[in-house]
Ligand binder design. Sequence first.
Ligand code: WTA
Length: 634
Amino acid sequence: MTSYLPAPEFAAQANADASLSERARADRDGFWAEQANRLHWHTPFTEVLDWTDAPVARWFGDGELNVAYNCVDRHVIDGHGDQVAIHWEGEPGDSRAITYAQLLDEVCRAANTFTALGLVAGDRVAIYMPMVPEAIVTMLACARLGLTHSVVFAGFSPTALRQRVDDAEARLIVTTDGQWRRGKPAALKYAVDEALGSDPSSVEHVLVVRRVGLDVPWTEVRDLWWDETVSVASPSHEAQAFPAEHPLFILYTSGTTGKPKGILHTTGGYLTQTAYTHHNVFDHKAGHDIYWCTADIGWVTGHSYIVYGPLANRATQVVYEGTPNFPDEHRHFEIIEKYGVTIYYTAPTLIRTFMKWGREIPDAHDLSTLRVLGSVGEPINPEAWRWYRDVFGADNTPIVDTWWQTETGAIMIAPLPGVTAAKPGAAMGPLPGISARVVDDNGTTLGHGESGLLVLDQPWPSMLRGIWNDMDRYRETYWQRFASDGWYFAGDGAKLDDDGDLWILGRVDDVMNVSGHRISTAEVESALVGHPAVAEAAVVGASDETTGQGIVAFVILTGSATTADALVSELKAAVSLEISPIARPREIHIVPELPKTRSGKIMRRLLRDVAEGRELGDTSTLVDPTVFEAIATA
Ligand code: WTA
């Protein structure tokens, strides 16, 4: 397989060089201490890693810092107040340029408002907002006050919101009246009201940003307008330092059961690794680059590579509110051209969508400012990789395929631009300071040319510190499988090629990856059986040309319900409503039976074979191998 050697001109100016991994190998703790000193510490740390309470790490444990101070104040103090932090592009075409000085003002106003509402360090705040600047301001204001934020993707249903608000016992929800969706305003505050209903909850206030001008239901005292509170609050506020292990955020992600896991991240190590990776993996140069990460703040990529990493590094970035095809398929390319974007970070699904739309669309634009291209969220197939490099990058721009997870907090495995000779489709190897291996089921380390499970065999600064309210599940999910070795089990399969370069093969558990979004089979199954017509459901992720995986459901109906198409549509809608449109099944098959093992476990592997139209694999462990005749003819 061809490798793409770094261009000498790029290598000559790159932030990273080969000495980075030498330093990390020679003195790992010293290396991370050096990285942590990218940040401003109110109280310098003297210890680096304390792993005595494994699997809960303490990084820079006796240090104190303020995350918002690091992302905003210090840049203003250093004389960069006039630098644009955010070029915000609204879906309807409105835009705002927000400098670091203005961002500081806004964050301070929000912090003063939250304090006036009685919130104190350690309290939780839910953020249920589209991609508006106030969402970023809210996250930073929480960080400033030591409040723990829990961002809930604005595409999630009221049920999903309520579940997350309850689990974290949030005292405040920040939201908007609505969000723009392909030219139309869609209600959002309404969903908050539906989520809260009339049952008592932990929520004392709902703070509402006016974005689309929709009328909203209103509960006096509880509900407050942003422009009547934050906008008129004082813009002065002094940031106070918090210990490095103070919680920063909870972010819910799908696991193998129906209940989402509240992944907990803390401050010092998290900010260190997001800043370090953003600097080296994207070769980011403050004051020069125009950086654009197309993720939503509802996902970890938005947390680490829109908010914390880039702002800690004084980036000037584009934040876009809408979809890539509004008003038409040129939108992203127009934005790249308009702002002169130099670093672009997106998901393979979108690249494959652009491929489908055709290269004449990007070809109609000047994309020559682009100098680093990133990919995240799912394996990128070599064809999409080459197309990305060729069409976006004039065939000479490095591509960084970045593997990481909500749990890892920051990028773990990726090529370094200017250093690594990257291969299309390969995540290549762990970053300097990070250690990973590929092992078999028994924990035996595999060598070149072998495939197995990906594990992380050393703690890293931005690692999760637990699952909110459920430390047993934390130990069980990530640490039990290779407990005797003390390794973190990532849930992904991986392969080492003949050169020893690493390829991520995708999830090995019951988590699907649809357009880079993690969705558990159990969650969709439980939404389906919530419908009175469904007795039992089994869900699998089947490979999909554009979205990576598509959700395929097999359902057994109660009683004598029919196989009407209307029911299938109704079930798809029910899943959208219960979870989110991103969890909507691509196909639903009504079947008379499901394949089960003798212990009653649904054999998803076989259903995947059916969904992908393959010959059936080994059916010998099935209770009743004839069920497949029934499924195939259903
Ligand atoms: C998958 C997103 C292949 C993987 C940052 C992982 C990837 C899950 C890649 C985490 C990549 C992420 N190549 N697969 N470059 N990046 N994944 O928590 O299965 O939303 O376990 O974090 O996405 O998804 P999450």
